[in-house]
Design a binder for this molecule. Sequence first.
Ligand code: ATP
Ligand code: MG
Length: 355
Amino acid sequence: MAKKIVVIPGDGIGKEITDSAVEVLKKADAKFGLGLSYDYYDAGGTAYDKFGTPLPQETIDAAKASDGVLFGAVGGDKWDNVEPTLRPEKAILGLRKHLGLYANLRPVKVSDTLVEYSPLKQEVVKGVDLVIVRELIGGIYFGDRCESEQKDGHERAWDLENYSVPEVERIAKLAFETAKLRRGKVTSVDKSNVLATSRLWRRTVAEVSKGYPDVELDNLYVDNCAMQLALRPTQFDVICTGNLFGDILSDEAAVLGGSIGMMPSASIGECTSLFEPIHGSAPDIAGQGIANPIGTILSAAMLLRYSLHEEAAAKAIEDACDKALADGYRTPDLWKEGFKKANTDLMTEVIVERV
Ligand code: ATP
Ligand code: MG
């Protein structure tokens, strides 16, 4: 039976980069016999313009019924004055909720070819290959809150952090499963010297780890982890953490690679998962055909790995991206003297050739 992929290009460079990733998927399909089919749906500002909502019900329904969602990007200043509840960004938040996307995986890999693009010293980032597994629908971002109340004669606001054992178990299992496919090490990150939620987190992760005797477990406080990411990032394999800490650490880790256009992500859901580059819709370069498609192509590779369990095809796409870069092709965001200039189409073509 055909594996149904729902493609949601979104706004800005979203169409260019998802077109590119679909071309690469088609080549992988031809080579590995994956039986993929593609259906396109609107979301974001584009959907708002057509239907008056950034996330039409038919997009939600199609995403839910699919085997995996390939998402471009949403947003742009065109919609700055739209009412807050109808902003393009609401599309991705809504999809997280409707698909139950409970975990966000962000791999950060610094290939030898691109080590010079990192803002950190080459000897620090050479060989970095880690994944941040962030809990995505719990913790302080989804706890009770109070915007404003009077107490003891002062105005105050509060946000409540809370985690349940099943919520932590689910994310911890995913982290250990991910580590099993990699170098077998999980670093759980919390602030258990201060926070009750972190103490429950640490206890629960330790309990889950008993089911994975071949995976090593380490614990770090979040402040130390932030420092270690900048000092010695090669020590990490899989970092497992909550929603708030993961939000901050994943942006910090993304800097290691030096180029936002290269980085993929996966959001793992209860039934369907969603795959998107970490960058936004880049309105400043939209429509020019110069966006770096690699973040989206690597997201498509993650779709093959995590949703369809097609490891060989996923690896072939990742290797093809590495090879295209090693052969000297660079989109404008990465171009330097001595390299071959490639627009989105050429970059796509040379990657397709190498799959
Ligand atoms: P958002 O709020 O959606 O995160 P943003 O404006 O904060 O949007 P991006 O859209 O990611 O962030 O753009 C940040 C910068 O990076 C812009 O200058 C953009 O052109 C550049 N950029 C982002 N993605 C790419 C890409 N795939 N290829 C080339 N340049 C990119
Ligand atoms: Mg941004």
